[in-house]
Write a protein that binds this ligand. Structure first.
Ligand code: TEU
Length: 577
């Protein structure tokens, strides 16, 4: 017995030594979780697949495509809002958080879709839009009805007898974020459109309502929550004037107030920990400290957050430089090298298409450049997010006239440019390249009418390149963007080093190639991505013993000793022995 006790003590000592000896980069490895290993696919439901011919995608359409979604090798789905809504901002204006907008189907259809995901081992992430509600939500109707209504404090009101409220910038309304409401002679705050009044998170009743909504969906079986525009939820409700000239510095003045952390801790206690669900906030603040504090597991707030520096790089047609790209992703990786976890993405429903912004959409280079970008997303540390259509290289559309635009964001920006007397030709050039509409066109399934998306009139025009770019055609081609995406999700799943391994940038100054290694214990992978349309080479000192590439978007690879030459947009991952 005594002997046995000693054996146990020695074993425990050995175990604690090996744990301490592990290099820093393995800390993540010790806290393995499904959401770190997850590969997320984002579905914009109105544009995915329509089954009833009304021109809007629906749940039945998603159900029809469940096997396709599974075949991508993804393990999580985030779906944009599908709740009851007047649809002023395509559903980011929710009128009833527990009801489904009829255009998507019924609650029964939702449940079938959710079960379908679960049967295929896919987790489901719900979009929770609670920085604001719709002005048609019952809470707001009550709130605006009288100053002493019990719901008055669900929103932010400024009584007009106090004069004009201090200026607040609105992301969608050029006239600012306060809207006058004559019914009670007061202004209410709306960070986005005037139909999206901001909820008052200082009010504990509002917070409880939100947790109840989250519980409602957790009970139905959703596995995670994406908190929309959440860094703006906490406000300085003493309403100070901001220094002149700085009124539009969004995160600094409007986002990440210290009490946000208290709200998140409360949400964690009330919902997240009770249901073992995952939560990600849109926005990670402006400093690494903000981001860390949001996702530090010990603080019990969120599991991941996502920063905007990546997608903010390429908002105008002059685009980004590779050195800037490397700098942003390297800096954010190093901030989370030991603790915390982030999302890796280059596109979503608020941005133009991946290939237009970061790759090369010309017919010659569309395929390799999209494959290269998908290789990047799936070989970085952090949970990768792929936006529907990027797995087949869907591109921007051409909409030179403002009359064609339906999005409130584009319309608001146009109105502001007009009021400011900007050069509208230049403005339209930038909008045509960068608008959110580019990323919202119907999914291109095949070469039949409307790309197989709908038999009716699509809510948003289908990109006319669908006969060339569609799922059916790419299914048949082993070298398609789609099949490369599938190979790459498989590679990520088979190589935990791509999830947990330490990231190290090589040759920061190289003008065309992004090269990095991922290392976990004695495994090391080398990722080489040619971001240019020319052949480019790189000489890797101290490395010559390369194995066969575990992924390559071309059939050949030119290696001579330690010099690797890459074809235009070639992407390879090599095992370093
Ligand atoms: O976006 C919030 C956000 O921070 C915006 O700046 C967004 O980047 C901008 O609209 C792009 O022009 C979220 C949603 O993702 C967006 O679709 C909604 O319109 C918005 O919240 C309001 O709910």
């Amino acid at each position: 017995m005594k002997n046995h006790l000693w054996q146990v003590i020695i074993m425990l000592l050995m175990l604690s030594c090996t744990m301490q000896d592990k290099p820093d980069n393995n800390k993540h490895d010790m806290e393995r979780t499904w959401w770190k290993e997850g590969i997320l696919y984002q579905i914009y439901p109105q544009s995915f697949k329509d089954t009833d011919g009304d021109g809007f995608g629906d749940f039945k359409g998603v159900i029809e495509k469940l096997d396709y979604i599974k075949s991508l090798g993804i393990t999580m789905v985030w779906m944009n809002p599908f709740f009851e809504s007047p649809l002023v901002d395509n559903g980011y204006d929710v009128a009833d958080y527990r009801a489904i907008h009829p255009r998507y189907g019924s609650m029964e259809d939702f449940q079938k879709m959710l079960d379908g995901f679960h049967e295929r081992g896919i987790k489901f992430v719900l979009d929770v839009v609670v920085n604001h509600s719709s002005n048609e939500h019952e809470w707001f109707k009550q709130s605006r009805s009288s100053r002493d209504n019990p719901y008055r404090d669900y929103y932010h009101w400024w009584p007009a007898e106090k004069g004009q409220p201090p200026y607040r910038h609105s992301l969608f309304d050029p006239e600012g974020a306060w809207e006058y409401d004559s019914l009670t002679n007061a202004y209410y705050l709306h960070t986005f459109a005037e139909q999206q009044p901001d909820l008052n998170w200082e009010n504990p009743k509002v917070r409880k309502e939100v947790y109840d909504i989250m519980k409602f969906w957790a009970e139905k079986g959703v596995d995670g929550f994406r908190m929309d525009a959440f860094q703006f939820a906490s406000k300085d409700t003493t309403w100070p004037e901001f220094p002149t000239g700085h009124e539009k510095e969004f995160i600094k003045w409007y986002g990440m107030r210290p009490q946000l952390h208290d709200y998140l801790k409360e949400m964690y206690r009330e919902v997240i920990e009770k249901y073992d669900v995952f939560a990600v906030a849109e926005g990670a603040g402006s400093t690494f400290q903000d981001a860390h504090d949001l996702v530090d597991a010990d603080r019990k707030e969120l599991q991941t957050a996502y920063h905007f520096e990546g997608v903010d790089m390429s908002r105008t047609p002059d685009r980004y430089t590779l050195s800037e790209f490397k700098e942003v992703f390297t800096r954010w990786d190093s901030a989370f090298a030991e603790k915390g976890w982030i999302a890796i993405f280059l596109s979503n429903h608020d941005n133009a298409r991946l290939v237009d912004r970061f790759g090369n959409p010309s017919p010659e280079f569309r395929t390799p450049s999209t494959q290269m970008l998908n290789t990047f997303l799936l070989s970085m540390r952090g949970t990768p997010y792929t936006y529907y259509g990027d797995e087949i290289g869907m591109t921007n559309i051409d909409m030179p006239n403002i009359e064609e635009y339906v999005d409130i964001d584009a319309k608001g920006k146009y109105k502001a440019a007009l009021a400011a007397g900007e050069d509208l030709t230049e403005f339209m050039k930038v909008l045509n390249y960068s608008s959110r509409e580019n990323g919202r066109t119907p999914m291109q399934w095949d070469n039949t009418g409307n790309a197989g998306f709908t038999t009716g009139v699509p809510w948003m025009k289908v990109n006319e390149n669908y006969p060339d770019i569609n799922v059916a055609a790419q299914e048949r081609d082993p070298n398609s963007i789609l099949n490369h995406f599938r190979k790459m999700t498989k590679v990520r799943k088979e190589n935990p080093v791509l999830v947990y391994g330490k990231y190290e940038l090589l040759q920061r100054e190289h003008p065309d190639i992004y090269a990095y290694t991922r290392t976990l214990d004695d495994e090391k992978l080398l990722v080489l991505l040619n971001f240019s349309q020319e052949t480019a080479s790189i000489t890797l000192s101290g490395m010559s013993d390369f194995g066969e590439p575990i992924i390559n978007n071309y059939s050949e690879l030119d290696i001579e000793n330690n010099k690797v030459s890459l074809l235009p947009y070639q992407a390879v991952i090599l095992k370093i022995k």
